[in-house]
Write a protein that binds this ligand. Structure first.
Ligand SMILES: [Zn+2]
Length: 131
């Protein structure tokens, strides 16, 4: 399964960065050409992460577009479509760049995730003032 290979690669990067500390949350950028969706990745990650520093961590998956440069009309656009057709002139003579990256953008360690409330005043949202 494709998702598992990606989940394992991400877990690898998480473990290297966490250095044994427990991870609460991680943010991953995946190119659209990897054709991965949030739910599929979540599921794969929850299967590879038990008994690691990332067990139970929340995963934010951000799918990033590829860049499509048309050789016919010079149009330069972002695309989530791996079929790669120019959106301006419908030419298929295009250059597809990027869209295949897999980047562990950030991790949030569990200690840091404990928020200290500095302001206990509740915003009840029932005042008449416009925001
Ligand atoms: Zn074009």
């Amino acid at each position: 399964m494709h998702e598992f290979g990606i989940a394992e690669a991400v877990l690898d990067a998480v473990e290297r960065r966490a250095e044994g500390r427990k991870v609460a949350r991680l943010r991953v950028r995946a190119g659209t050409l990897l054709r991965i969706t949030g739910p599929a990745f979540d599921q794969a990650f929850s299967l590879v992460s038990p008994e690691t520093v990332a067990e139970g961590a929340t995963v934010d998956l951000i799918v990033v577009p590829a860049r499509l440069i048309c050789r016919s009309c010079g149009e330069d656009q972002e695309t989530f479509d791996a079929l790669a057709v120019c959106g301006a002139c419908a030419s298929t003579d295009v250059d597809l760049r990027g869209g295949d990256e897999l980047v562990l953008e950030s991790i949030q360690l569990e200690e840091v995730a404990t928020h200290v409330s500095g302001n206990s005043r509740r915003d009840r949202g029932d005042s008449a003032g416009p925001y």
